[in-house]
Design a protein around this ligand. Structure first.
Ligand SMILES: *[C@@H]1O[C@H](CO)[C@@H](O)[C@H](O)[C@H]1NC(C)=O
Ligand SMILES: *[C@@H]1O[C@H](CO)[C@@H](O)[C@H](O)[C@H]1NC(C)=O
Ligand SMILES: *[C@@H]1O[C@H](CO)[C@@H](O)[C@H](O)[C@H]1NC(C)=O
Ligand SMILES: *[C@@H]1O[C@H](CO)[C@@H](O)[C@H](O)[C@H]1NC(C)=O
Ligand SMILES: *[C@@H]1O[C@H](CO)[C@@H](O)[C@H](O)[C@H]1NC(C)=O
Ligand SMILES: *[C@@H]1O[C@H](CO)[C@@H](O)[C@H](O)[C@H]1NC(C)=O
Length: 815
C-alpha cells in the first residue's frame, strides 16, 4: 500500500518542482537583460536613449558606460558584477527607484557616478562603501528628503572631489550628514525646499573650490537659515555661485552678512532678479568686503537703476564685472550709469554680453578709467552708436588692452579702425560676427595691435588695411577666395570656412606657426606648399574637397604619421577624399592606392619588360629542348599515320605491292656518295650474268611523287620498300630541320611497321653512338642493337662492303 502513495507523492513533488521552476523562470524571461554593444575603440559605451528597462549586458572591458535616459528602475546585485575596470557610470534620468545594497560593489575603479534625475527616495551608504576610487558623485534631483538616516552616506569616499546632491524634496541637512567629505573642488547643493539646517552641517569641507547653491525657497522663508548655509561654505578662496534667486528687498539681502564677514572674494549669480532696494542694500552689506569678482548670468533688473544711495560704500577691490543675458524690465525709465562713478572707477575687466546694449554714452566710457578689458559682444551696437561709445575724437579708455565687439551690427571697417586708433595700448580687437563686407585700402590702427579677429563677417577680399603688426589674425568664415597680404609678424592665421582653392603663399608670412584652413575648397597641397612656410608647426586643413591622387595620399599619410616638421593637429578623421568617386567619403589615412594606379607608367613598362623577358626565356627553353621540333614531328606523324590508314583502306584486298627493295634515307650532303657509289653499284645490271638482278632503290629525289606532302611520300615509300637503308654520317646527324623530319618519320614508321632487321645502317664515316644527339634515341638504340656496315676508305675493302650490303638487302630472298 505504501508503494503507490510514495509514488504519488514523488510525482506531486516533481510537478511542484517543475511548476515552481517555470514560475521562477517566467519573470526572468520577461526581464531578460538585453545587451548593448555601442562601444568605441576606447571602450566608451554609449547605451543612452535606448529604452532599456534593465541594465544591459555590456563588455567587461568597458571603461565608460552611459545609460542615461533609459527606463531602468532597478539595479540588482549582479547587474554590474565583473565591471572592475569601469571608470564612469551614468544612470542619469532613468526613473531608478531601487538599487541593491551591493549593486556597485565590484566597481573598484569607478571614478565618476551619476545618479541624478531618478526616483531614489532614500540614499544607502552601503552603495558607496566599496567605491574608494570615486571622485565625482551626482545625486541631484531625487526625491530623498535627507541625506542619510542611519549612517553617513559619503563616509568611505576618501577621494571625492566633486559632489552634487539635493532636489525639490530635500528638507533637512544635519551635522554629520557630510562626514567623510573633507575637501572638494566642486560642490553643488539644490536646497530650494530646505526647511531645517543644522548650523555647521556644511562647515567641515575645506579647501573648497567652487560652491553652487540653490536656495530659492528659503530666501523668502528663512533668511537666517540661508545666512547660516552661506556662512558655512564661505572662504576667501572659494568662489560662490547662487542660482535662481529673487532678491526683492532689504531682508532677502541680509543673508549675505555672514558671507561678507568671511570676506569672500568672488561671487556669481545665475538666474537672479534684483530690485533697486536689494541692489543698494547688497552694496551696503558688501561695503568694504574685498570682493574682486562679481558676475551675473541671467539677471533681471526690476528697478530703475537708482543705486546712488549706496555711493558712500567702498568697493575699491572690484576688479572684474561680468554681466551676461541681462534684462532691464523698464529700459526707458532706467537711468544711466553716470552716478555709478564710485563703482566704475575701479574695475579693470568689464563684460556686458548679450544685454541688448545699443549705446554706452561717452561720459560713461570716460568713467572707466581703469579699464583694461572691455567685452561688449552680442549687443546692438552700430557704427553710429559706436562713435558715441568710443567718444569719437575725444580721449577715452586710455588703458584698454582688449576690446571685444563681436556679434554687433557693425558695417564700416574704416569707422572702427579710426575709433580704435587712439587706444594707444590696444593689443586685442575682436570684431568677429559683424557685417563688414569690404576693406578700405588703408586703415589707421594702434601700433600695439597684435590680435585681430574679423571672423564670421562678410569679407570677400583683403587689402593692405590689415595692420602689419598683427601676430594673430582670424579671418575664418568669410567669403575670401585668396589671401595675399604680407604680414611679417604673423604667428597664427585662421582662414577656415572660406573659399580658398590653394594654401596661401608662405613667403608672405615667414613667422607663421599656426595655420587653420579647414572647410575651404582646397583640392590638395604638397610638401612644396608647406616648404614655403619657414616656421609652420601646426596646420589644420581638414574638411576640404580633397582629390585623392597618389602624390597627395602618399604625402598626407606621411604627414599624418608625423614625419615632416608640420603637425596636422585636427586629427586624421577630418581629411576625407572627395574624389575620385570610388574614394568619396573615405578618410585619407585609410586609402590604399595600389601600385597599378599610382605607378602606372612604371607598372606598365615593368610588366611589359617582365613579359618580354619571360617570353624570351620560354622561347629559349623551348628551343633548347627542341620542343618545336617534337611538336612538329608528332603532328606530322599523326597526320601521316591517318593518310597511311586511308591508303590501306583504298588498297583493301589487294596485296600491298612492294615495289622497291630499299628506301634510302640520307642527308643531302651525302647525296654525291649515294648517287656516285650506292646507286650505280646496286641498280646497274651487272656484267656478270650470274650475278643477282639489280636492286630497285627508292630515292626521295627521284621517286617521290611531286605535289605530295613529303611525310606522306616518305610513308608511302617505306611501305612500298622492303628495307630502309640509313646512310649515317656527321652530315646525317647534323642535317637541317627538313632532314630531322625525315629521320623522325622513318623511326616512327619503322617502329610501327616492320621488325628490327628492316633497317640497315651504313656508316659513311666512323661515328660513335655518343656523337648522335640524344633526341635520336631510336637511332642510338638501333646503333647498339643492329650491326652496321662501315664504308671502308680503302678501295680493296669495298667489294666486301657491297657484298655484305647486297646480302643484307636480299636477306629473305636468299632464305
Ligand atoms: C520610458 O519612459 C518614458 C517616460 O519616462 C516613456 O515615455 C516611455 O514610454 C518609456 N519607455 C519604455 C520602453 O518603457
Ligand atoms: C518645492 O518647492 C516648490 C516651489 O519652489 C514647490 O512647488 C514644490 O512642491 C516643492 N516640492 C516639495 C517636494 O516639497
Ligand atoms: C530662474 O529662477 C526662477 C526663480 O527665481 C525659476 O522659477 C526659473 O525656473 C529659473 N530659470 C531657469 C532657467 O533656471
Ligand atoms: C536693512 O536691514 C538691516 C537689518 O535688518 C537694517 O539694519 C537696515 O537699516 C535696513 N536698511 C534699509 C535701507 O532699510
Ligand atoms: C569676444 O567674445 C566672443 C563671444 O563672447 C568670444 O567668443 C571671444 O573669445 C571674445 N574675444 C576675446 C578676444 O576675448
Ligand atoms: C574669433 O572669434 C570667433 C567668434 O567670436 C571665435 O570663435 C574664435 O575663437 C576667435 N578666434 C580666435 C583666434 O580667438
Amino acid at each position: 500500500m505504501s508503494h503507490p502513495t510514495g509514488c504519488c507523492f514523488a510525482f506531486l513533488l516533481l510537478l511542484l518542482l517543475f511548476l515552481s521552476q517555470s514560475w521562477s523562470q517566467e519573470p526572468n524571461m520577461d526581464d531578460e537583460r538585453s545587451s548593448c554593444s555601442h562601444c568605441d575603440p576606447h571602450f566608451s559605451c554609449n547605451c543612452s536613449h535606448s529604452g532599456y528597462t534593465r541594465v544591459p549586458v555590456v563588455t567587461d572591458h568597458a571603461l565608460m558606460l552611459n545609460l542615461a535616459f533609459n527606463n531602468i528602475t532597478l539595479v540588482t546585485d549582479d547587474d554590474l558584477t565583473g565591471h572592475t575596470r569601469l571608470r564612469t557610470l551614468d544612470l542619469h534620468s532613468n526613473g531608478l527607484a531601487v538599487i541593491h545594497p551591493s549593486a556597485f560593489d565590484s566597481l573598484w575603479n569607478l571614478v565618476e557616478l551619476d545618479l541624478s534625475d531618478n526616483q531614489l527616495t532614500a540614499l544607502n551608504h552601503t552603495w558607496f562603501s566599496k567605491l574608494e576610487a570615486l571622485q565625482q558623485l551626482n545625486l541631484l534631483n531625487n526625491p530623498y528628503s535627507r541625506l542619510g538616516s542611519s549612517a553617513p552616506v559619503f563616509q568611505g569616499l576618501i577621494r571625492l572631489r566633486k559632489l552634487a546632491f539635493g532636489g525639490p524634496a530635500l528638507k533637512d541637512l544635519r551635522r554629520g550628514d557630510l562626514s567623510g567629505v573633507t575637501q572638494l573642488d566642486e560642490f553643488t547643493v539644490h536646497a530650494n525646499n530646505l526647511t531645517r539646517y543644522e548650523s555647521g552641517a556644511l562647515a567641515d569641507i575645506w579647501p573648497l573650490g567652487r560652491v553652487t547653491l540653490s536656495l530659492q525657497g528659503p530666501i523668502f522663508t528663512n533668511v537666517t537659515m540661508v545666512s547660516a548655509v552661506l556662512g558655512d561654505v564661505s572662504y576667501p578662496e572659494t568662489s560662490i555661485t547662487l542660482e535662481d534667486l529673487h532678491l526683492a528687498n532689504n531682508e532677502t539681502v541680509q543673508c549675505f552678512r555672514e558671507a561678507a564677514s568671511k570676506r569672500i572674494r568672488s561671487i556669481f549669480f545665475r538666474n537672479i532678479s534684483l530690485s533697486d532696494e536689494a541692489t543698494v542694500n547688497f552694496m551696503v552689506v558688501m561695503n568694504g568686503v574685498p570682493i574682486t569678482s562679481i558676475s551675473f548670468d541671467g539677471i533681471t533688473l526690476t528697478g530703475e537703476g537708482r543705486w546712488e544711495r549706496a555711493s558712500w560704500t567702498d568697493h575699491k577691490c572690484i576688479d572684474e564685472v561680468f554681466i551676461r543675458n541681462a534684462v532691464v524690465l523698464d529700459v526707458f525709465k532706467f537711468v544711466s550709469f553716470l552716478e555709478l562713478k564710485f563703482l566704475l572707477h575701479y574695475p579693470r575687466k568689464v563684460s556686458v554680453i548679450n544685454c541688448k546694449l545699443f549705446l554706452m554714452p561717452c561720459p560713461t566710457s570716460q568713467l572707466l578709467v581703469n579699464l583694461h578689458y572691455l567685452d561688449l559682444s552680442d549687443n546692438l551696437l552700430t557704427d553710429f552708436t559706436l562713435v558715441e561709445s568710443l567718444c569719437d575724437t575725444k580721449p577715452t579708455l586710455k588703458e584698454l588692452r582688449v576690446l571685444n565687439m563681436s556679434g554687433n551690427a557693425l558695417k564700416s571697417l574704416s569707422t572702427v579702425s579710426r575709433l580704435v586708433a587712439k587706444l594707444s595700448k590696444l593689443t586685442h580687437l575682436d570684431i568677429s560676427r559683424t557685417s563688414y563686407n569690404s576693406m578700405p585700402q588703408s586703415c589707421p590702427w594702434p601700433s600695439t595691435l597684435r590680435y585681430l579677429n574679423i571672423s564670421g563677417a562678410k569679407l570677400t577680399t583683403t587689402t593692405p588695411c590689415l595692420p602689419i603688426t598683427l601676430e594673430i589674425l582670424d579671418l575664418s568664415n568669410n567669403d575670401l577666395k585668396d589671401f595675399t597680404q604680407i604680414l611679417p609678424m604673423l604667428r597664427e592665421l585662421h582662414l577656415s570656412g572660406n573659399k580658398l582653392l590653394t594654401l596661401p603663399d608662405g613667403s608672405f608670412f615667414h613667422s607663421l606657426q599656426t595655420l587653420t584652413i579647414q572647410s575651404n575648397t582646397l583640392n590638395m597641397f604638397s610638401s612644396a606648399d608647406l616648404q614655403s612656410y619657414r616656421q609652420l608647426e601646426n596646420l589644420q586643413a581638414g574638411e576640404n574637397k580633397f582629390v585623392c591622387s597618389c602624390e597627395f595620399v602618399t604625402f598626407l599619410q606621411s604627414q599624418l604619421e608625423g614625419s615632416g616638421g608640420v603637425q596636422l593637429t585636427d586629427g586624421e578623421d577630418s581629411y576625407v577624399c572627395d574624389s575620385p568617386l570610388y574614394l568619396q567619403g573615405k578618410p585619407v589615412d585609410q586609402v590604399h592606392l595600389s601600385v597599378v594606379v599610382c605607378q602606372r607608367i612604371l607598372f606598365v613598362s615593368m610588366s611589359c619588360g617582365l613579359a618580354l623577358v619571360v617570353g624570351v626565356l620560354v622561347s629559349v627553353l623551348l628551343w633548347r629542348l627542341h620542343t618545336f621540333w617534337y611538336l612538329k614531328m608528332t603532328w606530322a606523324w599523326l597526320k601521316a599515320k591517318k593518310n597511311s590508314r586511308r591508303r590501306h583502306r583504298d588498297r583493301e584486298g589487294s596485296e600491298a605491292l612492294l615495289s622497291f627493295d630499299a628506301f634510302v634515307s640520307y642527308s643531302e650532303r651525302d647525296a654525291s656518295w649515294v648517287e656516285n657509289f650506292l646507286v650505280p653499284e646496286l641498280e646497274e645490271p651487272s656484267r656478270d650474268l650470274r650475278a643477282p638482278r639489280p636492286l630497285n632503290l627508292c630515292l626521295h629525289k627521284r621517286d617521290f611523287l611531286p605535289g605530295h606532302w613529303i611525310v606522306d611520300n616518305i610513308m608511302s615509300a617505306m611501305e612500298r620498300s622492303r628495307r630502309t637503308v640509313f646512310v649515317l654520317s656527321e652530315n646525317f646527324v647534323q642535317s637541317d630541320w627538313c632532314r630531322y623530319e625525315l629521320d623522325f618519320s622513318h623511326f616512327w614508321l619503322f617502329d610501327g611497321q616492320t621488325g628490327g632487321d628492316a633497317a640497315i645502317l651504313i656508316l659513311l664515316e666512323p661515328l660513335a653512338k655518343d656523337d648522335v644527339p640524344k633526341r635520336f634515341c631510336k637511332l642510338r638504340k638501333l646503333m647498339s642493337s643492329t650491326t652496321y656496315l662501315e664504308w671502308p676508305q680503302e678501295e680493296e675493302k669495298r667489294g666486301e662492303f657491297w657484298r655484305s650490303l647486297r646480302n643484307a638487302l636480299r636477306g629473305d630472298e636468299l632464305d
